[in-house]
Design a binder for this molecule. Structure first.
Ligand SMILES: [Zn+2]
Length: 410
């Protein structure tokens, strides 16, 4: 009983979990390998560098000691003086009003880089495995950049569930968030899908009351940033387990400790256009900065400024459970009209009442093979031209943003 629950809860994006195929090395091997190796190289360099620095510093201290005559008096005087008050670490205020940084209210934000650890017994520690790299490395890179970004804002303290490649259970992550008095936990992930065809960013949040409201608010704000960066948004979503609780373990564990949490699935590692936005260290850092900017914007924080009061946030607490969409798009049909020159105008219709229509794809061979996923424009009906002989066995699939689809053929 405990084990299956645990497996389910550990999987971030059930899709990602089920799909992971160690042997799948499809796609070009570009950034990730470099990235994985670069990290090692960087660690080695940093170590060597700090070793050098230490030696230099020691030599310098030694030299200074020799140069300066012993002056016990001044030393004594110094030690009698009360400790100099710390300069406000950063952040002078734009208005002249001085806010004592120690007195200023602070949000305590916990960043949770998804996965981590050697993955020897539990492959889930590695996260999704594509392009010869592991999700666990990429999420850590994103988290560090998010931390860096957020450190430039006033009124915020940032905590990381891990800042190295180590294994942590979801329970431990949530417990850590509680131990530091976390106001919110943001779990950072990358996605993958069974047919390697989905793309876009999405955020999962609790389906319940203020946990939903806070998670969805921050999530939408982060998604705004990610769409600015070029991702398509699949929206803020909920997911429930068979017993009606939140499906994702990190969200459930945090909620049980009173902490709103959200999972940011930035994009799909196994899809080329998404991958192009995360395939270098710089790209991952950009993602982290976007996450940070989105979060800060939601809370009304300002870069380089300490506010004496946190801005109030308008949040609508849902009056009932925010249920995920569990049915595919309704009322799906298509029509084709010959335009001459082998061009046909296709009209494709799909209605989605519980969520929204997100993508479609088409088949020319009666559903044997399908095109890549095309983005659905707004509205219930879209039109586009196709070059056809008229002999094709056309079929279409219309998807909502919960990856559920309705297929129609001729
Ligand atoms: Zn993940």
């Amino acid at each position: 009983m405990v084990l299956p629950m645990l497996i389910i809860s550990i999987s971030m994006g059930a899709a990602a979990w089920m799909v992971i195929d160690r042997n799948d090395r499809s796609g070009e091997i570009t950034g990730p390998v470099i990235l994985a190796y670069a990290k090692e190289a960087e660690a080695v360099c940093q170590e060597a560098f700090s070793e050098q620095e230490r030696e230099k510093a020691a030599a310098l201290a030694e030299a200074q000691k020799k140069a300066e005559p012993e002056d016990t008096e001044s030393e004594e005087m110094e030690s009698q003086e009360p400790e100099a008050p710390k300069e406000p670490d950063t952040i002078p205020n734009a208005e002249d009003e001085e806010v004592d940084p120690d007195m200023a209210p602070k949000l305590r934000i916990v960043l949770d880089p998804g996965h981590g650890g050697p993955g020897l017994k539990d492959e889930q520690e590695l996260g999704a495995i594509y392009r010869d790299t592991y999700e666990k490395y990429l999420t850590l890179e994103i988290a560090k950049a998010m931390q860096e970004e957020l450190s430039q804002y006033g009124n915020i303290e940032i905590f990381m569930t891990r800042d190295t490649d180590r294994a942590l259970t979801l329970k431990e992550r949530a417990a850590y968030a509680e131990s530091v008095g976390g106001d919110l936990l943001v779990s950072l992930h990358l996605n993958a899908s069974l047919e390697h065809n989905f793309y876009g960013s999405e955020v999962f949040v609790s389906a319940f009351d203020h946990f939903y409201a806070r998670g969805a608010g921050v999530g939408e704000s982060i998604l705004n940033q990610l769409t600015d960066y070029g991702f398509v948004s699949k929206g803020v979503k909920t997911r429930l387990g068979s017993k009606g609780a939140d499906y994702y373990g990190i969200i459930r564990e945090c909620k049980s400790l009173g902490i709103p949490a959200l999972i940011v699935e930035h994009g799909y590692m196994d899809e080329d256009s998404d991958w192009a936005r995360m395939n270098t260290t710089d790209a991952l850092k950009a993602l982290g900065r976007r996450d940070g900017a989105g979060l800060a914007a939601y809370y009304g924080l300002e870069k380089g400024k300490i506010l004496s009061e946190l801005p109030t946030i308008d949040e609508t607490i849902p009056s009932s459970v925010v249920r995920p969409d569990t049915t595919p798009p309704e009322e799906v049909w298509y029509r084709k009209e010959q335009q001459g020159d082998g061009r046909w105008l296709i009209t494709l219709h799909g209605v989605e009442r519980e969520s929204r229509v997100m993508y479609y794809d088409y088949s020319l061979d009666g559903g044997e093979t399908y095109s890549s996923l095309k983005l659905w424009d707004k509205g219930d009906t879209i039109q586009f031209p196709m070059s056809l002989t008229g002999e094709e066995q056309l079929a279409f699939r219309v998807y909502n943003n919960y990856e559920l689809r309705t297929e129609i053929g001729n």
